[in-house]
Ligand binder design. Structure first.
Ligand SMILES: Nc1ncnc2c1ncn2[C@@H]1O[C@H](COP(=O)(O)OP(=O)(O)OP(=O)(O)O)[C@@H](O)[C@H]1O
Ligand SMILES: [Mg+2]
Length: 245
């Protein structure tokens, strides 16, 4: 165990899929020099983005560590230049019968054991024990928000469900002309002390076609458009730091 302050736990969660959770978690982990804990068992998540194929590994370090429990040895993050440190996911996580309390307790214990200042957790969309545990353990729950009518309705339900947690709402994939009524509706949800709205991340169509594994925020020699996107993710990371105190 280190004797420094425990890492802050930042859980990125949303009720819906495809809203930019993984992209945001990856960039935040890199920008905050944190460890990315991938609790999403779906292929195509942060673990693949990082360049790791968990099905080729003999063990499932994340499951092993969860089974050892909060008193046991934490998983060892994988480290590579220009990418966030990673505790990879595995398809077997979907069938695991690990309960939410255990997940929250393990994350807390790992946060105390790691030297890194942040533990950023990427989650599977919707309610499930791993996501619920990651929310229970979190110092801050980060929710990417797409500014559309249905998405805003879903967000209001989340805000009610997560009322016991500190929330950071991050407008994502925001078009060049942001839809004003949704921006106002989002601002209306902000509550002093408990709910903060981060600066927006724009719609960057090229992000969908990216194959590079370097995080945008740590990419060496970035071009103009990468630099612009990286600045937006860094601004969100700054808001996370402030929100965590
Ligand atoms: N700011 C952005 N602008 C444009 N496209 C984006 C942006 N952020 C993410 N995307 C793209 O949107 C798609 C979904 O993003 P991502 O995988 O991060 O979402 P997710 O919420 O983690 O999805 P899932 O629920 O499937 O895990 C990806 O193709 C990604 O490249
Ligand atoms: Mg994802």
């Amino acid at each position: 165990m280190s004797d420094t302050t425990p890492a802050r736990i930042i859980t990125v969660a949303a009720a819906k899929g495809g809203v930019g959770k993984t992209t945001l978690a990856y960039e935040l982990a890199a920008a905050l020099s944190g460890v990315l804990v991938d609790l999403d068992w779906d292929a195509g998540g942060a673990t693949r983005m990082w360049g790791h194929d968990p099905t080729r590994a003999a063990r499932v370090p994340l499951l092993d560590a969860l089974e050892r429990g909060p008193e046991g040895r934490p998983p060892r993050p994988k480290r590579r230049a220009n990418q966030p440190a990673l505790v990879p996911a595995h398809p077997d996580l979907s069938a695991s019968r690990i309960d939410a309390d255990l997940v929250g307790d393990c994350l807390r214990a790992w946060a105390a054991a790691f030297e890194d200042p942040y533990l950023v957790v990427d989650t599977h969309p919707g309610a499930n024990p791993l996501t619920d545990g990651a929310i229970q353990g979190a110092d801050l729950v980060v929710v990417p928000v797409v500014l559309g009518a249905r998405e805003m309705d879903a967000l209001e339900a989340i805000v009610a469900d997560y009322r016991d947690y500190r929330l950071l709402l991050v407008p994502t994939m925001v078009p060049a002309v942001p839809p004003r009524r949704f921006v106002e509706r989002l601002a209306g949800l902000a509550e002093a002390g408990r709910i903060t709205v981060a600066p927006p991340v724009s719609e960057h169509r090229w992000i969908r076609r990216r194959l590079r594994r370097a995080a945008l925020v740590t990419q060496p020699n970035p071009g103009v458009r990468v630099r612009a996107a990286a600045a937006e993710f860094r601004a969100v990371a700054d808001t996370v730091e402030v929100a965590c105190g």
